[in-house]
Design a protein around this ligand. Sequence first.
Ligand code: BGC
Length: 253
Amino acid sequence: MNDRQAIGIDIGGSAIRAACVDLDQGAMAGPRRSVDTPRPAVPDAIAGAIAALLRDELSEPGPVGAGFPAVIKGGIAMTAANVARDWIGTNVEALFAAATGRPVAVLNDADAAGLAEMRFGAGKGRSGVVIMVTLGTGIGTGLFVDGKLVPNTELGHIEVRGKEAELRASAAVKTKKKLSWKAWSARVEEYLQAMDDLFWPDLFIIGGGVSATPEKFLPRMKVRAPMVPAALANDAGIIGAALFGAERPRADV
Ligand code: BGC
């Protein structure tokens, strides 16, 4: 690994994915590695899985960053919407450092994906207010103002029709309720319209696994702000985590 590379880790509900990332190209500098997310996904089990991944597959020295699906402040998980409740109050950075023997900078997973999209993907060169929305197990958001991240926005939890948006419109809900693309995109549209009314963004970047087939749902939705699919697909979380690992000023976030 050279000094323009770092390791990015994306901790998700079903898999933990990692790779060495080229920080100038915003691309994989080595093979993607992944392990199943341990069940139950409690802190020690996840830390052990990450330690094994770094020890066995990605052992070269260098910065490491990890995206985690919760609010992360000062390295500490403050929420646990789709992960085990034991995470709340856990110092995730200290836990991972102890397990792996190296510093690991941790940030919210959607913030990580957004950082990558803004630097290298669908948000490149875009100023104003940009909102990255990841449609997955939950709904994650990354808010950018003139390219700068406002960390830890949890806009997947705003209420639409009296219910948390992520409980109506995540990709997991589509699968669970066997919703057609038409029915599901109507729900996503309503969510994005609500966000539009509150934030008046200049751009929505739509990410998550569904961004691989944007033609199935993006054209069905009418929202004032322009919407574009994420360009880096599933790699955005890994790339953004690596950027954060390499660039975060130590006193920041
Ligand atoms: C969590 C967010 C996370 C999103 C996507 C939500 O349930 O509250 O922190 O970014 O899921 O994983």
